[in-house]
Design a protein. Structure first.
Length: 296
């Protein structure tokens, strides 16, 4: 009977876990719908603005565009974007591993500083030498998920852009999860600063050769207004991608956890019924054996 009690306690425990994971799945599904709608609406605008940014930067002299100046690389800023909470599978681990890899391999010859956005990345890089001088702004980087909007992203992007212009960093790189669908997030490394020139293809070369740019209202206003706005929009889009990916990963993880708990619950109930049946059979055998002994 002690074995039956133990199995019964496990059934209760697994059932409670199944209810929790099922509830978390539904919560993540509701949040995912809003996050997915936000990134779906933002992508066309951000992509078009990014095309304008790269083409505009290519048409300007590097001395005119302070965000496109390629300097000798000495200091690299790596920005891994993770969530503040776990229970989302390998969503955070993949980004952290990628950031560590590029810091230790790709940019090993340079002074690398990591500015983590999200507590999961911050907790990891606090223990490494790559944490650098970004400790003062880590709290702000983690708290942005509490109220994700363009205004908050704008303030953070402005500080990163200012650090690049001032020469604190010669290259700024993002590592984040790009949202593809509910079950798939792609770990992406993208150079934020300096602005990369457009990829040269046969069609793009022909278009560039035949293009005649007219700056309206003026080249100076475009440089001071459009380029920073494009960079801030790109920064905000990266945060939206990661935000949608987090909820997709958590919903998928909780769905799998619920399925596993359901399967385990079935196995435990089967084991409980088998053990209970065996106990009843033993009792019957004992009664029959005792009756035969009395008759004998």
């Amino acid at each position: 009977m002690a074995n039956l009690k133990e199995i019964r306690n496990r059934i209760v425990s697994v059932s409670s876990t199944m209810q929790i994971t099922s509830a978390m799945k539904m919560v993540s599904a509701a949040k995912l719908k809003r996050a997915q709608d936000a990134i779906t609406l933002m992508r066309p605008y951000a992509d078009k603005l990014q095309d304008i940014l790269t083409n505009l930067s290519a048409s300007l002299d590097t001395s005119e565009n302070e965000y496109a100046q390629e300097r000798a690389i000495k200091n690299v800023l790596i920005i891994p974007v993770t969530s503040n909470r776990g229970l989302c599978g390998g969503f955070n681990n993949y980004v952290v591993k990628k950031a560590l890899h590029i810091a230790n391999v790709k940019y090993a010859a340079y002074n690398t500083t990591v500015f983590p956005i999200g507590k999961k990345a911050a907790d990891t890089f606090k223990k490494t030498a790559h944490y650098g001088n970004s400790e003062a702004i880590v709290k702000e980087g983690s708290e942005i998920w509490g109220d994700l909007n363009f205004a908050n992203a704008n303030d953070m992007a402005s500080k990163i852009m200012e650090a690049y212009v001032n020469g604190s960093f010669d290259k700024v790189v993002f590592v984040y999860n790009k949202f593809k669908n509910v079950a798939t997030q792609i770990v992406t490394e993208v150079q934020f600063l300096p602005i990369l020139p457009p990829v040269q293809t046969e069609n793009s070369v022909k278009n560039t050769a035949s293009a005649d740019y007219i700056f309206e209202p003026s080249k100076a206003e475009i440089i001071t207004e459009l380029i920073p706005k494009s960079l801030k929009t790109q920064f905000y889009t990266i945060l939206l991608e990661s935000h949608a990916g987090e909820h997709g990963a958590r919903m998928t993880a909780m769905h799998k956890a619920t399925d596993n708990a359901t399967e385990l619950n079935k196995e435990l109930k089967l084991k409980y019924n088998q053990a209970r049946q065996a106990a009843i059979t033993n009792e019957i055998l004992e009664i029959v054996g005792g009756a035969e002994a009395l008759n004998g």
